[in-house]
Design a protein around this ligand. Structure first.
Ligand SMILES: [Fe+2]
Length: 201
């Protein structure tokens, strides 16, 4: 299949998946709706021929990853990126503004440690509490509700190619926070700390 045909086929399947996901998530970011969205994104991610390093290359410098935007609605919502991550990809715990997220694996394994901010009635060290861990790989996905925080790293010394869907695009996610568990600090997380973002629609 030529690159142009792959783009057409990918856009068609992405459009169908987004229709299914939008139908669920327009009802709100409940765990039940996220589970429906997760199943639809995993199904899309199984089309490995359409999501490859050939079409979505890894960084050619020492950057941690390249992001490729492959869909967003006209209002910037339902933003779907392909992230091609180097083996040393690591992001400290961070939120996505108040955007829910679904991350489905295509190639490679990525550990997601999941956290929530501590509330006034949640005493303990530091600003966040670890809630669990998910490994995103082919056939698997992680989900985050709007208050979700995750810490991610590539596993096995191998590169990653995963689908990242957010309630809205990175720019519209606005103020984001990152956390240092050992120091117990929270500070703003700026967009320019991400690798390159290419519009690949
Ligand atoms: Fe993230």
């Amino acid at each position: 299949m030529s690159a142009a045909s792959r783009t057409d086929e990918r856009n068609k399947l992405v459009g169908m998946a987004m229709g299914d996901i939008r139908a669920a998530m327009d009802g709100g970011p409940s765990m039940e709706n996220l589970a429906v969205g997760k199943a639809a994104l995993i199904k899309l991610a199984m089309h490995k021929d359409l999501f490859s390093f050939e079409d979505f290359p890894l960084p050619n410098d020492d950057a941690m990853e390249c992001s490729y935007l492959i869909h967003e609605d006209d209002d910037g919502e339902y933003a779907l990126y392909i992230n091609s991550g180097a083996p040393h990809q690591y992001y400290a715990p961070h939120d996505h503004g108040t955007a829910w997220a679904i991350i489905a694996g295509v190639q490679g394994r990525e550990r997601h440690k999941l956290y929530l901010r501590r509330g006034p009635d949640d005493p303990g060290e530091g600003p966040i509490r670890k809630m669990g861990e998910v490994i995103v790989a082919s056939g698997e996905a992680a989900t985050m509700q709007p208050d979700g925080i995750h810490e991610v790293n590539a596993m096995d010394g191998k590169p990653l190619l995963h689908l990242h869907l957010y309630a809205r695009n990175f720019i519209a996610q606005g103020e984001r926070w990152k956390f240092d568990v050992e120091k117990g600090t929270a500070e703003p997380f700026y967009l320019d700390e991400l690798g390159s973002i290419t519009d690949a629609r």
